[in-house]
Design a protein around this ligand. Sequence first.
Ligand SMILES: [Zn+2]
Ligand SMILES: [Zn+2]
Ligand SMILES: [Zn+2]
Ligand SMILES: [Zn+2]
Ligand SMILES: [Zn+2]
Length: 134
Amino acid sequence: MKEPSIYTIEKSNKTSKSRIHKCCEHRNAKYLCQECGGKGICEHGKYKCYCVECKGSSMCIHKRIEYYCRDCKGNGTCEHSSNKRFCVTCKGSAICKHNRNKYKCKECKEPNIQEKITNTELLLYANILTSLKK
Ligand SMILES: [Zn+2]
Ligand SMILES: [Zn+2]
Ligand SMILES: [Zn+2]
Ligand SMILES: [Zn+2]
Ligand SMILES: [Zn+2]
């Protein structure tokens, strides 16, 4: 199964400073910029591949992101959580040594981690989190 594009974005941030995705004037990846009407955005203003109404390619029959769907046993899930990266028990890659979400942990203050996450990626996270809550 293909990983959601956010993983690709993260990896590219770690390896090089020059971003692979073309950025628009709003400092988003143009493909995913709502204001620019990027091709990755559907008529519902969502990321097309994550849009339930558009039957996005990343969505499963449970109207969840398949990668994070426990019923589909998506690769992003574990037995404790629908998102392995944020699973404390599995020590997911997004969990810091304080057993917190390292993107939100104030004690960690991972160097510049906030700066590395651009608007687009934050939006994508928000999008994923909202669809998980449903
Ligand atoms: Zn834009
Ligand atoms: Zn849509
Ligand atoms: Zn499913
Ligand atoms: Zn787990
Ligand atoms: Zn921490």
